[in-house]
Design a protein around this ligand. Structure first.
Ligand code: HEC
Ligand code: HEC
Ligand code: HEC
Ligand code: HEC
Ligand code: HEC
Length: 387
């Protein structure tokens, strides 16, 4: 489900927008330069060029800044040059974050060489950060692919085979994105996908080879200062076996590089332990479950403070849903409703956070302690009996 559609619904019949409504708008000259020259010198606002597609700037250049009103023609800023406000209100689980300047993916500031420069806090993206020293000599976590040889040791790109956005079977960063910003699905099959994302296991050497569009309902301002009723609605799947059953989920997307952590079958890992029983959804797990619906039983009956099977959507430890046609401010716990599905982004953010392992909250020994309630520890939002 695309933002294009939400916008059409919101605008209703008033404007009868063309299908390009959700694409970028504005004068060509705000973003493009025909010769990368004006008055014999670099045009104002230009950087890093001459750039591909006659652009004034690069991906990172256009997407660097401080968010104040994203979504009104402004790009989503994913890298700040000074430390952004990660917010504190999210720690209340049901709170409205009114001061944060970060978006749904977090921010690359903390991993950036010119920012916090802490490799554990984000995906190390070429141009923002050098390769992640912690993975040198190792595999990409959750895969069998050597980190040092993948993308020639340069870490991740923004897009393409060695990145996350755009065409995953196209190696070149800029070619992978051609057509996306202008919303041209005939030029780029990811243009209508959730945040220009698709599943493709080829990037890490899988033989899957088929691409699948990632689904989801896009918050128009990328979760700038989200509330329980204004947030992304992430796609999840209620699985009944170890295999990825639905490749359009956000967790399947992450699994395109970190397959073992999704308990994927076949080459990507053995999934749950077989001690005791082979039944898929019976304990014990050997990796934390994802694309798995929490049951309305035990401690999960009180998910996010619920006193019935209807719970408030949590902004600190959010859940995915199998139906993403609307934004859910309350979710039905378990029962096959498909509204409380654990996903990778229940615990992580995709770009970066101030915390190790790109976790949404501080998981250090001081913050997530069994027996000690702490509203900033997201584990307790679901495991309500452990505090
Ligand atoms: C807000 C910024 C922005 C504005 C305004 C903009 N463009 Fe673009 N354009 C981009 C970006 C970013 C790309 C490269 C990535 C992509 O294709 O999504 C691009 C790519 C292109 C491409 C090559 C890819 C393709 O789809 O064919 C053409 C041609 C193009 N723009 C023409 C134009 C014209 C003509 C205008 C004015 C009528 C314009 N653009 C206005 C940002 C912009
Ligand atoms: C000329 C400036 C410019 C450049 C260069 C540029 N972007 Fe963007 N980008 C924008 C703007 C403006 C938007 C917001 C469009 C909108 O409102 O939907 C955007 C939106 C996005 C989005 C969010 C799409 C969504 O579904 O909400 C992604 C992802 C993205 N860009 C990635 C990239 C990548 C990767 C590159 C490099 C290949 C890139 N951008 C290059 C200006 C730029
Ligand atoms: C295109 C491949 C790719 C995709 C897709 C991908 N990752 Fe990663 N991820 C990597 C690589 C490579 C590393 C190791 C180096 C680094 O941290 O950048 C990594 C590292 C990580 C780390 C550890 C960070 C650290 O430095 O300790 C986490 C957590 C993570 N990824 C989570 C995710 C989540 C969640 C998603 C889905 C939103 C995802 N990844 C999607 C390639 C990918
Ligand atoms: C979005 C909800 C959610 C969050 C957040 C969450 N969990 Fe879980 N966790 C679950 C569900 C659902 C299960 C599966 C229970 C079952 O077997 O049905 C589970 C299972 C577990 C298990 C038991 C595995 C087994 O074999 O029974 C452990 C241990 C665990 N989680 C630890 C954590 C820790 C530590 C955190 C914080 C880093 C965390 N969880 C965050 C929902 C969550
Ligand atoms: C219940 C919370 C939770 C969920 C759900 C979760 N993670 Fe994690 N993840 C963690 C924690 C906590 C760590 C820190 C290391 C550990 O405890 O194993 C971590 C670490 C990682 C790492 C770094 C491993 C390393 O070797 O440094 C990667 C990569 C990662 N997660 C990816 C994923 C992906 C991909 C998914 C979804 C398929 C996912 N995570 C789902 C909590 C979670």
């Amino acid at each position: 489900m695309k933002r294009i559609i939400t916008i059409i619904i919101m605008v209703g019949i008033a404007a009868l927008p063309a299908m390009a409504a959700a694409a970028i708008s504005g004068p060509c000259s705000a973003c493009h330069t025909m010769h990368y020259s004006q008055d014999g010198t670099t045009p104002s606002g230009a950087s890093g060029g001459p750039n591909n597609r006659l652009l004034l700037n690069t991906c990172i250049g256009c997407h660097t800044g401080t968010n104040s009103s994203p979504g009104s023609g402004n790009p989503p800023y994913v890298l700040d040059t000074s430390e952004p406000n990660y917010g504190t209100g999210l720690g209340t689980g049901t709170g409205t974050e009114s001061s944060a300047t970060t978006l749904a993916g977090g921010n690359f500031y903390w991993v950036a060489d010119t920012g916090g420069n802490d490799d554990t806090t984000g995906h190390n993206v070429n141009g923002i950060s050098g390769a992640d020293a912690n993975f040198s000599g190792d595999t990409i976590p959750g895969s069998t692919v050597s980190y040092d040889s993948w993308n020639s040791g340069n870490g991740l790109n923004c897009a393409g085979t060695y990145g996350c956005h755009g065409l995953r079977d196209t190696a070149d960063n800029d070619n992978a994105m051609t057509g996306t910003h202008h919303g041209d699905a005939t030029a780029n099959r990811t243009a209508d996908n959730y945040r220009f994302l698709e599943y493709d296991g080829v990037g890490i050497g899988s033989t899957t080879g088929d691409t699948t569009a990632i689904d989801g309902l896009e918050d128009p301002d990328w979760e700038f200062q989200p509330t329980t009723s204004a947030h992304n609605q992430y796609k999840g799947a209620v699985r009944s076996s170890d295999d990825i059953s639905d490749y359009s989920t956000i967790s399947a997307f992450c699994a395109s590089c970190h397959g073992n952590f999704h308990n994927n079958g076949g080459t990507a890992g053995t999934g749950k332990g077989t001690a005791g029983t082979n039944t898929w959804d019976t304990d014990p797990w050997i990796r934390h479950p994802v694309d798995y619906e929490m049951a309305y039983s035990g401690e999960f009956q009180n998910y996010n403070g619920a006193t019935s099977n209807s719970a408030t959507y949590s902004l600190i430890a959010p859940v995915a849903s199998s139906n993403v046609s609307s934004v859910l401010s309350t979710v039905t716990i378990g029962g096959g409703a498909g509204e409380t599905i654990v996903m990778c982004l229940s615990c992580h953010r995709a770009h970066g956070t101030p915390f190790a392992d790109m976790l949404r909250w501080d998981y250090s020994s001081g913050n997530c302690q069994a027996g000690t309630a702490d509203s900033d520890c997201g584990c307790f939002i679901c495991h309500t009996g452990k505090d």
